[in-house]
Ligand binder design. Structure first.
Ligand SMILES: Cc1cc2nc3c(=O)[nH]c(=O)nc-3n(C[C@H](O)[C@H](O)[C@H](O)COP(=O)(O)O)c2cc1C
Length: 181
């Protein structure tokens, strides 16, 4: 039987992934951003087909990635990780700059950002895996440390909603714990 607790030993960072333009954009919290090649530098991001941001990435074929700082305000997770841009404009009132492609980039609680053009996409079922070629990357704050998913889970007691690819239903964890008694 699979021990789903082992999946929590996989390490990730935490990011805001955005797409759109100056008129309308949107973003979501992601722990599934990772570099896939070096020359040229390409990054993958795994995005639920239900995420409003998915529509923007498909339409605009570009995205930004803001690297969140260790002590990111809980409000950022509430706004970008548990609410949908289908219901309100998430970028309103945020500190946003627009990248070379025109994509919005969230600067709040971010220590660096990347900007990518989508070059490939893979249908992985519930999610799209978008692969983007890096066209810009900048450091915003050299004094801070990036937030890891394990710090968010253990210290901040943070959870992830169903749209997160790494979401694990509590009953699956409990079932394994019962069977190993
Ligand atoms: C810690 C955390 C990690 C997440 N990781 C992902 C992810 O990698 N991919 C994804 O599609 N959703 C992920 N989510 C869920 C989205 O951020 C969430 O569904 C968001 O509300 C979607 O916003 P949107 O509909 O405005 O695009 C994560 C949420 C949290 C809190």
């Amino acid at each position: 039987m699979i021990n789903f607790k082992a999946l929590f030993e996989i390490t990730y960072g935490l990011y805001i992934v955005c797409s759109g333009d100056k008129r309308r954009g949107n973003g979501f919290i992601s722990n599934t951003v990772f570099q896939v090649t070096s020359e040229p530098a390409k990054f993958a991001v795994c995005c639920s087909k239900n995420n409003f941001t998915c529509e923007f990435i498909e339409k605009y074929a570009h995205f930004s990635v803001s690297v969140l700082v260790k002590n990111t305000e809980p409000e950022i997770f509430g706004r970008f990780g548990f609410k949908s841009g289908k219901d309100f404009n998430k970028l309103e009132g945020m500190n946003v700059k627009f990248g070379m492609t025109g994509t919005p980039i969230v600067l709040n609680d971010s220590l660096a950002y990347l900007e990518c053009n989508v070059v490939q996409k893979f249908d992985v079922g519930t999610h799209w895996l978008f692969v983007g070629e890096l066209i810009d990357a900048q450091i915003l704050d050299e004094t801070n440390e990036p937030l890891t998913y394990s710090y968010y889970r253990q210290i901040k007691k943070g959870i992830a909603p169903k749209n997160a690819p790494t979401y694990i239903d509590k009953s699956r964890l409990d079932r394994k714990m019962e069977s190993s008694k």
